[in-house]
Each structure stands twice: as C-alpha cells, then as structure tokens.
Design a protein around this ligand. Sequence first.
Ligand code: SF4
Length: 368
Amino acid sequence: MPSAPHPQAARTALSRKWAQWRDRRARFAPLNPRRTANALRLMQSFRRAQKPVQGEKGARSLDPLQAWPMSLSVEPTTACNLRCPECPSGLRSFTRPTGMLEPDRLAALLSGPQGLARDLVYLNLYFQGEPYLHKGMDDLVAIGKREGLYVSTSTNAHFIDAQRAERIVESGIDRLIISIDGADQEAYASYRVGGKIEKVLDATRHVLDAKRKLGRPHPHVVWQFLVVGINEHQLPTMRAMARQWGVDEFVVKTAQLDAPEDGHPLLTEDPRLRRYDRDPSGRWVLRNPMLDRCWRMWQGAVLTWDGKVVPCCFDKDAQHAMGQAQDGAGFREIWQNPAYHSFRESVFKHRAGIEMCRNCTEGTEVWA
Ligand code: SF4
C-alpha cells in the first residue's frame, strides 16, 4: 500500500514557524560560560586572522589558534546502501577503508577533563555514509546528549521502521535531516540511485508518529531537497508535500558537482537553484568570490570513523588528515600541531591554491 501521511499530520505555517523557533533556541542551549567564552575567542581570532600585515600587501599574520572547535562532525560509518552519482560513498571510490565508529572512541573524545565536549556546542553525527547503517547510532547520539551538546544527523531514511523511530526519538537527538530528492519514485531514484521513496515517506511518518506517541518535541524533522536538473520542476509539489506530511522544516539545497566546467547533466535551468554560472569563456564556474578565509574550518573539524582528524567536510577521502585522535587530549594536540597551523595559513594566504578549497561552498549561498 502506498505511504500516506498521518491524518492529522498537516501543519499550519504558524506551527512550523514555532517548531523552527524552538529548534533555534535548542541550538543555543548548550552555551554555558566556558563554551560561550571559547566561541567568542574563535570569533575574535578569526577577525584577527583576516587583518593584513601593515606594509605588506596581501600578507596575513596568523597566530596559532588559542581556542577549541565549537562544532565537530563525526562519521558513524563510510558504508552506504545507495549509489548517488556525486558521492564517493555511493560511487565506492574511497581510498580509505570502510568501517564503523566505535562508541568508546566517541566517548573518549568527548568526555573527561580533556574531553572536547567542554568546549563544543554542536555534534553532527554524519559525514560520509549512511549513519543509521550503524547499529549503535542511538548510543552515539546518547553520548553527545549526555555531554549536553546539540546533536544532529542526516539520513537517507532507509533503515527507520516504527521501532527504530521510537529509539531515535528516545535517544534525544535534536535534529534529524531526511534527504528526499523527488516527489515520486522516478525523480527520487534518478539521483538517489537504488533508493525507494516509499521507505523515506514511511520513515518520516514513523518518526513523526513516535514524537506524538512519546510526547517529545524533538527531533526537529527537516526534509532536505537536493535540487538538480532532474527534479527542479517538482519543487512546488515538494513544498506542498512537506506541509501535508507535517515535517518541521523543508529546505532546498543546491548540488555540489564534480567537474562542472564543460556543463553537467545535473545543472538546473533556474540559476537560483544552482551554485554555478558560466564565465565569459563559457565554462561553468562556482559562484564564489573565493576570499582567503574559511570560518567553517576555523570553528570546527571532522573526524572519520577510524579517528582521522580532517579540516572540513570537503575532505571526503581524508587527503588532508592532520593526525589520528584516540581521545580528547589527542585531538587537542592535533588541533594545535604545526600541520594544522600551516593548513590554516595556506587557506588564509591563498585558498585557491588548495584543490579541495576551489570547489568548496565556503562563501557561497547553498540554500535556495
Ligand atoms: S574546502 Fe577549504 S575553504 Fe572549503 S571548508 Fe574546507 S578548508 Fe574551508
């Protein structure tokens, strides 16, 4: 039987605004005095790092970073059930191994006197791979929640039945991003190759039902629509579906494309729904002023399932690994090691000189 929303699921604009306001408030909730002071130090040092050196045109003086990350993305697994064409997990093209994060590793990283949770605010439990393929995903969430962090994840929602939906709600996760890139099976599976839209819709209903049943306001359920040439015509239908299914928020994300220069089948017709424009020579280029700075890398880091610390989520194959962290103390050493400092310097001196930074959205609007 085709999936259908819960009979009372439809949401008014006001109730969705209220849910979004509540989610914003939850994002500030972890900010105790220590975390606030750390976040302020990050902002001040970021401003300082952009100041040119007097008398030396274009030169920057970068002091070693004296603050700790406020956000951390941790990869539960590199494995994925789907085969999306622009994703290295989907294409099985990683040179690094596939595996699952040990919950003990996450606990050692976050907890204790040197634990990162003392300074962190946000824990994003996703990077590459499908997080809910990890059987202990709800335990990973619980570790972050125990430390008082705002915890989120992003899923293709193929492994969420009614029982798991209840466990997800009970885990206390704050934000659940569900990828849904089409209003029907044909459009959906054109990008989410191997995926079934029925599973995504069922999962959505299970999670919203579990929230109702358990009387919990969380997780904030977001439908994320990755807009590409194949599905751009479905945007109005998707907006109506999001209201009808009762999700808390519907967001439209433009796609990152590998090698778009000579045109790409996934480029949208509507320029507002893509990140790329033609330059005077006719080549497709990222709409990005490519300023020599990067807040994303400055304020956060990414940890692969096996403990490699990489500077940002664009380093999908861990080409710029700064070290291997066993625990919070190990991570803090890596965060301040010469390799990390020199990477930060390179970004602030000549960002376009780093290949992965050239097709990166830092400085570009990615939400349509
Ligand atoms: S790719 Fe470079 S510019 Fe982009 S987020 Fe990573 S470090 Fe920053």
